[in-house]
Design a binder for this molecule. Structure first.
Ligand code: SD4
Length: 338
């Protein structure tokens, strides 16, 4: 099933399942399988470096990042190069080229990156530049600032030799034309758009970096920015502790400063899995939370190379490269058969 459809059906699952004994048993079985899968990814006796983890089904991006480190590149190069793979993938309609546009038909991209020193660079609402993750790195390394937005970021890109290109593919333009017929803008229930790539990596010395890149929510209001390029929202890395990254409805991630929260919870002794679960709990336990109608998913890694992932709805997955193997793993999730 295509990822987009998959997530759509996740919403229906979250909203519509009835509690029958067969279903409950099935859910319990699944829970056990997921817990077992998680345990096998956290076996402390196995070597964990280099390690790469990224949101969604992103095998090529993860493999590329691992190869960069195997070939002697830095962990920062690894996450940048890994994210570039998805930015160049025109089929992915939520990242880079081919990303679905805002309601005015403009593809606007957001990205951020963090290195092992805790430096951060970000670009927000950038048009006509495919590899915004590399632009975010340039902001971090070549300017005294941490964020550039819109036209200023685009101007900076040309100064740095980035190519101007049309990011709106024919498929995305058609999808936008179809959307315009009704122009229904319901970001809260529109949970099928979430395939932002957030990536975390650890090199052989145990140093961590992270990156996150997206075109944000489809048909968003012009100027809308989500969590992905915001430090502590879509991404946070502290080389002493670990890192976390988010996907899903950015507004909800931002309101709980999700990735920062996860790293701070790990600092206090929680495992990456426990920290991701607590960050989701903060969202769903808010009074009047409409969590049944939106998706948020987190990934995390700690300094030991233990990983975690958790989402509100089913069907969030992540790719994990570890011990020479690159696997797509289903995340555990909050809404079961309740
Ligand atoms: C945002 N978190 O802009 C992003 C959306 C997302 O794939 O995950 N898109 O809110």
């Amino acid at each position: 099933m295509k990822r987009r459809k998959f997530i759509q059906s996740a919403a229906l699952t979250g909203l519509g399942l009835t509690v029958g004994s067969a279903l409950t048993a099935c859910a319990e079985d699944k829970k056990t399988t997921e817990k077992a899968a998680l345990a096998s990814t956290n076996d402390a006796t196995k070597p964990v470096r280099p390690l790469v983890i990224a949101t969604w089904n992103t095998p090529l991006a993860v493999e590329t990042a691992a190869k960069v480190m195997q070939d002697g590149g830095t962990v920062l190069d690894a996450v940048e190069q890994g994210c570039r793979v998805e930015e160049a993938n025109e089929k992915g309609q939520s990242v880079g080229k081919g990303g679905l546009p805002d309601r005015d038909g403009n593809v606007t991209l957001d990205a951020c990156i963090m290195n092992k020193q805790g430096d951060y660079g970000a670009v927000l609402g950038v048009q006509n530049i495919m590899h915004v993750i590399s632009l975010a790195r340039k902001v971090m390394e070549d300017t005294p600032h941490v964020m550039l937005v819109g036209k200023g970021a685009e101007k900076f890109a040309y100064e740095k030799g980035f190519k101007k290109e049309n990011l709106l593919t024919e498929d995305s333009r058609k999808a936008w034309e179809e959307w315009k017929v009704k122009s229904e803008y319901k970001p809260i229930i529109n949970i099928e758009n979430h395939d932002t790539i957030g990536m975390l990596a650890i090199d052989k010395d145990g140093d961590i970096s992270g990156a996150c890149t997206t075109s944000g929510l489809a048909y968003k209001m012009a100027g809308r920015v989500g969590d992905s390029p915001i430090i502590g929202g879509g991404l946070f890395v502290d080389n002493e502790i670990g890192g976390a990254s988010a996907t899903g409805l950015g507004e909800e991630v931002l309101k709980t400063v999700g990735s920062f929260l996860i790293v701070e919870l790990m600092r206090q002794g929680k495992s990456p899995q426990e920290a991701c679960e607590e960050a989701i709990r903060r969202i769903v336990s808010k009074p009047n939370s409409d969590y049944k109608n939106f998706q948020v998913g987190y990934i995390a890694v700690n300094k030991k190379g233990e990983t975690g992932a958790y989402s509100i709805h089913e069907h969030f997955s992540y790719n994990l490269y570890k011990e020479g193997e690159n696997k797509n793993i289903k995340s555990d999730f909050y809404i079961k058969t309740k």
